[in-house]
Design a protein around this ligand. Structure first.
Ligand code: ATP
Ligand code: MG
Length: 249
């Protein structure tokens, strides 16, 4: 009896390919993008989403700080500038846990390609800059699955700031790091805050195995570089077709 079950299980395991649904719970893939505001994360993730769908794979997108459950309290706290580094960190961790348990984890079990626009590394970087103990922050997020690929988009702070301010001239209090008393001028504060976050990302990159992208390259070229790296996560048959398509471009 037991032997039979084991053989059946083995056959099922062999049949499991990422990006393909199965009741047996195959492991999907998790791809995350990280970088400061304006580094081009959403632009690239959107293009990657389109490509994976074109290849016939099941894709789910999740975005930092987007859980309906904690939205109201986070926004209330932020509007009134009531958050301390600890409460700021814990609210974002709650947001993350809600999305992780409700979407990311079950969908990965169902074989989806989950694309995360910011992941635990955003908390590692921002909370450290806000003065939280890095070990404490890592413990809070210990339940999170390690991504299959984490792309870090590196851009000099001046380029990112220019991109952001083109579309949106007014900065928000926490976004500009005004809670840290870095400068009375919100643009100057924003610049200092983002520079510190870059330093945190740089420190994390080798340890966390980031695929470092030159975020100043043009959009199409960056996407091509990303897709080449994502090939390694695709089911073999899909990877063959995708690789051929990429070479033909
Ligand atoms: N490689 C690029 N070269 C020039 N402009 C770019 C490039 N990538 C993105 N942009 C532009 O920069 C702006 C910010 O890009 P995007 O929204 O992708 O950044 P982001 O990292 O997601 O920012 P945020 O963290 O604020 O969400 C957009 O207007 C986008 O069109
Ligand atoms: Mg974005």
């Amino acid at each position: 009896m037991n032997n039979k079950a084991t053989t059946k299980q083995k056959v099922t395991e062999r049949a499991q390919v990422p990006g393909t649904a199965s009741k047996e719970g195959p492991r999907g893939r998790l791809i995350v993008v990280e970088g400061i505001d304006g580094s081009g994360k959403s632009t690239q993730l959107h293009l990657l989403d389109k490509w994976l769908r074109h290849l016939g794979l099941m894709v789910f997108n999740t975005e930092w700080n987007s859980s309906e459950v904690v939205k109201e309290i986070t926004s209330k706290g932020k509007k009134k500038a009531l958050l301390t580094p600890t409460t700021f960190s814990l609210l974002h961790a709650t947001d993350f846990a809600d999305r992780f348990e409700r979407n990311v984890h079950p969908l990965m079990r169902a074989g989806y390609f989950v694309l995360a626009d910011r992941y635990i590394y955003t908390a590692y970087a921002r909370d450290a800059v806000r003065g939280c103990n890095p070990k404490w922050v890592r413990k809070i997020y210990a339940f999170a699955t390690k991504p299959d690929l984490a792309f870090y988009f590196h851009v000099p702070v001046d380029i990112a700031v220019k991109r952001i301010l083109t579309g949106r001239p007014k900065l928000k209090y926490y976004e500009a790091g005004m809670d840290l008393n870095l400068s009375n001028d919100e643009y100057e504060s924003y610049r200092i805050f983002q520079s510190r976050i870059i330093e945190e990302y740089k420190g994390m990159a080798p340890k966390e195995g980031f695929r470092v992208m030159d975020g100043t390259l043009d959009i199409e070229l960056q996407q091509k570089i990303m897709r080449r790296q994502v090939l390694e996560l695709l089911p073999p048959a899909v990877a063959t077709i995708a690789s051929r398509e990429l070479s033909a471009e």
